[in-house]
Design a protein around this ligand. Structure first.
Ligand code: NAG
Ligand code: NAG
Ligand code: NAG
Ligand code: NAG
Length: 333
């Protein structure tokens, strides 16, 4: 895990500049919308849940923070290292450093010796520096790699770029067959002739001219093959609605489908950062206050490694919601 983080950080040079976008892709507004949208599936809220923490369902120790960083897979330690860099090493976690580093190094999901981890995590999550550290690791492990993949296909539309971020969160951002890179390869392999379309972007895929939206439709088909329930399926359905509404380039707001199958508007004026708006509308605009869902207590925590075939550390995946009433049919056509 350490290796992956270092490669990722040193390779892109974006680690310390939080607001830098690692590609020509998503702008501040469309990136904000992409984060809000993925959070909506993952958390039933447009906002990240920095203080989230509990024992991982699958034995990877504690799972905590905005994408369930795990003590037993090493990315939680990466967050804490990034935080130490900001605090100078003297903070809530200092006394656990030795144990946390060892568990990260060994991939050990034991919680022995770190029993108070979640209390410390919650305490630290009140501080901007710790939220920044979580954001940095999210960017380094998921967002930046997803946009590097987007650039490699020359994607130009927000909807496609955001879908790759969403996939990285659910399936990891590695080349293994059931992770983002593998799904892109499989998508590309499915074209055997030019596919025109009505978007403004044409991709060169294996010598064929493929409209970017037609490419995205095929990508969603591929992804559906790896997603039978939970947030991933909700994401696919929401993106199909976005395509029907022809919301290709995101500049201001978009209409999306939430986990309850309701069309809601999310806007760049809102944010995935709780600290960014004190009025704190953590729900999209069609929901009234009493419908707001606080997910942190009910959400299951799991760091199931999809795409573990490659053994890549960046295969860590996020949770699926426990919104069992949302287990709808997965038909995306
Ligand atoms: C912490 O800072 C050191 C020295 O600048 C750097 O090499 C390392 O990559 C940083 N680690 C994290 C996790 O930010
Ligand atoms: C994990 O850590 C625990 C507690 O320190 C230890 O007892 C156990 O042997 C370790 N497991 C592995 C596989 O190293
Ligand atoms: C493009 O737009 C035309 C006219 O609206 C429509 O008939 C056609 O089906 C569209 N093509 C695709 C690939 O969406
Ligand atoms: C992306 O665009 C660059 C520059 O136009 C081109 O050289 C490259 O072949 C393109 N790659 C793909 C996969 O379309």
């Amino acid at each position: 895990m350490k290796t992956v983080l270092n490669n990722s950080i040193l390779g892109t040079g974006v680690f310390l500049s939080l607001c830098t976008i690692g590609s020509a892709g998503l702008t501040d507004c469309s990136k904000n919308l992409a984060f809000q949208l993925t959070n909506l599936f993952q958390l039933d809220s447009i906002q990240f849940d920095y203080a989230n923490c509990g024992e991982d369902d699958t034995g990877n120790g504690f799972a905590a923070g905005i994408v369930n960083f795990c003590t037993g897979t090493g990315d939680a330690w990466q967050v804490i290292e990034a935080y130490h860099n900001i605090t100078g090493g003297d903070d809530e976690f200092t006394s656990l450093d030795k144990t946390l580093a060892a568990y990260a190094e060994d991939g050990n999901g034991s919680t022995a010796g770190i029993e108070n981890f979640c209390g410390l995590w919650a305490e630290a999550s009140k501080k901007q520096a710790f939220m920044d550290a979580q954001n940095q690791v999210l960017e380094a492990l998921y967002f930046d790699p997803s946009q590097t993949y987007a650039d490699s296909v020359n994607l130009t539309l927000s909807v496609t770029q955001a879908q790759l971020y969403d996939t990285a969160i659910s399936h990891g951002a590695s080349d293994s067959y059931n992770s983002l890179g593998g799904m892109i390869s499989l998508t590309n392999s499915r074209f055997s002739r030019d596919i025109p379309g009505n978007s403004t972007s044409t991709l060169q895929i294996g010598g064929f001219n493929i409209d970017e939206i037609e490419w995205l439709k095929e990508f969603l088909n591929v992804r559906a093959g790896y997603s039978v329930e939970g947030d991933a399926t909700n994401s696919i359905r929401a993106y199909i609605l976005i395509l029907q509404l022809q919301e290709y380039s995101w500049t201001d707001q978009i209409t999306v489908l939430d986990n309850d199958d309701k069309q809601v508007v999310i806007s760049c004026a809102d944010s995935y950062m709780p600290s960014a708006d004190s009025s704190s509308s953590s729900s999209p605009s069609s929901q009234s206050d009493d419908e707001k869902v606080s997910s942190s207590s009910s959400r299951s925590r799991s760091s199931r490694k999809k795409g573990s075939g490659s053994g890549s550390d960046s295969d860590k995946t996020n949770t699926e919601d426990d919104t069992t009433d949302d287990t709808k049919d997965t038909n995306d056509e």
